[in-house]
Write a protein that binds this ligand. Structure first.
Ligand code: PLP
Length: 378
């Protein structure tokens, strides 16, 4: 079998048979000429149902995650919504991570709850707590690892065992790791979810989402819902993600190398109270992360001794790190989760500490990133 970078560059992306174009063309079309009624060329009928550029991305995603079917959506949350609405009916129950991405929590607690979907939030590193939260109606165990923004680690293989014993699916949001660093299907997950907005796109220029199903039958049901619900990725957005994917491996190596240097620097800085990064041997999830990840990623969170006031000030003082939401792009970003990305969980059990700062470490020169942080922390 081909290596990861070869798959990233070639899967679903054979040169165009008509012109030989090496880059997949952007099929910016809503509909397709039929050769007589029902005479579809290669099955293409209407671009909500299928589009060749989107199909190329979907095939690439399935190959990268080692699944049987990939599906591309307009955003990560649209992809998540498709999973819940495919799998859950009124009265069903889902288990969410104790520090789930705020948008996932909001989707389940504020939207799907109105259609009778129940949930329990559990720290996923506590496997007994996960087992105890299982109900006869549990249909989904939802896992994020590493988590956003606390960088918690969950044991994917152990969670797959618990979910399957309960007759539920294990769904893994692999946004933070990307398939380069972690492949949940090989560890037993049934569905992988991505916000392709992040590392897969990689250049902060597109919002998108993707699902990969391990099993063809589940992939078929998810595909039915993708078409029925309609939140598909447009051709240009699909193309941007496809282009990003080609360099995923080399970008991730640099994200990880830069993050390691920044973790060292923060760990020794007097203004920093603690650093949250699964690559640190002191991190409670380090061993599990080392077992299931190729490297530890480009996301770092840290807490400041000076509390919220200092955290907010530091976020405003960097110049190479841009103050902004999102993550996973080539450019470094800094943010205050409590006031920015995780506002939607304020007042809930998922509320994050107000002295926390999150970094998405980009691929700029490491000395410039270190100088920038040093001057902001000074
Ligand atoms: N999952 C994680 C871990 C995220 O960080 C995000 C967005 O920040 C999402 C899902 C949602 O993705 P999108 O913003 O593309 O809808």
């Amino acid at each position: 079998m081909a290596g990861f970078d070869t798959i990233a560059i070639h899967a679903g992306q054979d040169p165009d048979p008509r012109t030989g174009a090496v880059a997949v063309p952007i099929y910016q079309t809503s509909t397709y000429k039929q050769d007589g009624v029902g005479g579809l060329r290669e099955g293409y009928e209407y671009s909500r149902s299928a589009n060749p550029t989107r199909n190329a991305l979907e095939q690439a995603m399935a190959a990268l995650e080692g699944g049987s079917r990939g599906l591309a959506f307009a955003s990560g949350l649209a992809a998540e919504d498709a999973v819940f609405r495919t799998v859950c009916r009124p009265g069903d129950h889902v288990i969410l991570p104790g520090d789930a991405y705020g948008g996932t929590f909001r989707l389940v607690a504020k939207v799907l709850a109105n259609w009778g979907v129940e949930h329990t939030s559990v720290p996923l590193d506590d496997l007994d707590a996960v087992r105890a939260a299982v109900r006869p109606t549990t249909k989904v165990v939802w896992c994020e690892t590493p988590t956003n923004p606390l960088l918690g680690i969950a044991d994917i293989a152990a969670l797959a065992g618990i979910a399957h014993d309960a007759g539920a699916l294990l769904v893994v949001d692999n946004t933070f790791a990307s398939p380069y660093l972690q492949q949940p299907i090989a560890l037993g997950a049934d569905v992988v979810v991505h916000s392709t907005t992040k590392y897969l796109g990689g250049h902060s220029d597109v919002v998108g989402g993707a699902l990969v199903a391990a099993d063809a039958e589940l992939g078929e049901r998810l595909g039915f819902h993708q078409n029925a619900m309609g939140a598909v990725a447009g051709p240009f957005d699909a193309w941007l993600v496809l282009r990003g994917i080609k360099t995923l491996g080399v970008r991730m190596d640099r994200h990880c190398a830069n993050a390691r240097r920044i973790v060292e620097f923060l760990g020794e800085h007097p203004a920093v109270d603690s650093v949250l990064y699964p690559g640190l041997p002191s991190h409670p999830g380090h061993e599990v992360a080392a077992k299931q990840m190729r490297d530890f990623g480009g996301m770092i969170s840290f807490r400041l001794r000076g509390g919220e006031e200092t955290a907010l000030k530091v976020c405003g003082l960097t110049s190479v790190f841009t103050l902004g939401e999102s993550l996973g792009g080539v450019e470094s970003l800094i943010e205050h989760p409590g006031r920015m990305t995780h506002m939607s969980v304020a007042g809930s059990p998922l509320e994050v500490p107000n002295d926390l700062v999150r970094l998405s470490v980009g691929i700029e020169n490491i000395e410039d990133l270190l100088d920038d942080l040093a001057s902001a922390l000074a």
